[in-house]
Design a protein around this ligand. Structure first.
Ligand SMILES: NC(=O)c1ccc[n+]([C@@H]2O[C@H](COP(=O)([O-])OP(=O)(O)OC[C@H]3O[C@@H](n4cnc5c(N)ncnc54)[C@H](OP(=O)(O)O)[C@@H]3O)[C@@H](O)[C@H]2O)c1
Length: 260
């Protein structure tokens, strides 16, 4: 049966690729982000290519009550959502005390608050009907503390912990929650966060690859999926829990120094 996916941050990067993947198998879409023009271009392209229906909802998810307003708009359009994909998010490099506090608060509002509110609103509906899937886009940053991106890493630690806990609470309801943890991925994220000027962004994975792995894991109802780490990063992630904390913090800091 045709499924409808609501994707936040569908105007670029991983969210846009998730929209393409879902449309390519005949799924309808609700595309959410701030850039109306980009969303409309995507809508026209996907509807023409795949004979699907895509609704565009322009929303700044950091605005007061944005999640509730988005939920109400979806209800007023009388669209039943089957998959909720909480993908919108951004990061920002620099020492916490030297960064603009409003930017970090905005990051928390998007990466944490909007994701939590949308999850509460839509997942309650999924549980009532006994089916539905949630894909939360976290990050490999969620697994470690991130000096020089302290707030971003902490927001993603929240996403991973929250998603994993809910995946257990939802067991037996017919609803699944999957947590996607991408490594450095080739999207606008690098430029927006300033991470494109660090060593960590020397090796990038394509957004298509990350989106496909995330989407497949969501369909399988997996708890977690890590996507796009290099071989040496995979080894480092495995070793980190056994390394002294100060050594880990130093290593992450070095990887996040602006060098270009
Ligand atoms: N790229 C990476 O290396 C990487 C690694 C790990 C995790 N991630 C995570 O992957 C997710 C997607 O990021 P991406 O890499 O695809 O970056 P991206 O290309 O910059 O996409 C971010 C998306 O979020 C939307 N967005 C930003 N602020 C918003 C707001 N206030 N309200 C509504 N939508 C907003 C953007 O659309 P508008 O600007 O049109 O609003 C855009 O569609 C994020 O959660 C990010 O943290 C990325």
């Amino acid at each position: 049966m045709k499924k409808t996916a609501l994707i936040t941050g569908a105007s670029s990067g991983i969210g846009l690729e998730l929209a393409r993947i879902h449309a390519a198998i005949g799924g309808d879409l609700i595309l959410v982000a701030r850039s109306t023009e980009k969303l409309n271009e995507l809508k026209i392209d996907l509807e023409a290519k795949y004979k699907i229906v895509a609704a565009v909802i322009t929303k700044d998810l950091t605005a007061p009550n944005a999640a509730q307003k988005l939920y109400d708009e979806v209800k007023s359009l009388d669209i039943e959502v089957d998959y909720l994909i909480n993908n919108a998010g951004f990061g920002g490099i620099g020492k916490f005390l030297e960064r603009k506090l409003e930017e970090d608060v905005s990051m928390i509002l998007l990466n944490v608050i909007a994701l939590t509110q949308l999850t509460h609103l839509f997942t309650n509906d999924f549980v009532k009907k006994g089916n539905g899937k949630v894909l939360n886009v976290s990050s490999t940053a969620s697994l470690i503390p991130g000096p020089l991106q302290a707030t971003y890493y902490a927001t993603k630690a929240f996403v991973t912990s929250f998603s994993n806990a809910l995946s257990e609470e939802l067991r037996g309801t017919g609803v699944t929650m999957t947590n996607l943890m991408p490594g450095a991925t080739d999207t606008d994220f690098g430029k927006v966060s300033g991470m494109d000027r660090t060593k960590l962004f020397d090796n990038l994975t394509s957004a298509e690859h990350v989106a496909q792995e995330g989407y497949d894991a969501m369909l399988s109802g997996d708890i977690d999926v890590i996507s796009g780490l290099t071989f040496s990063q995979k080894i480092l992630m495995k070793l980190m829990p056994f390394m002294p904390k100060n050594m880990v913090l130093k290593q992450i800091r070095e990887m996040q120094e602006v060098t270009k």
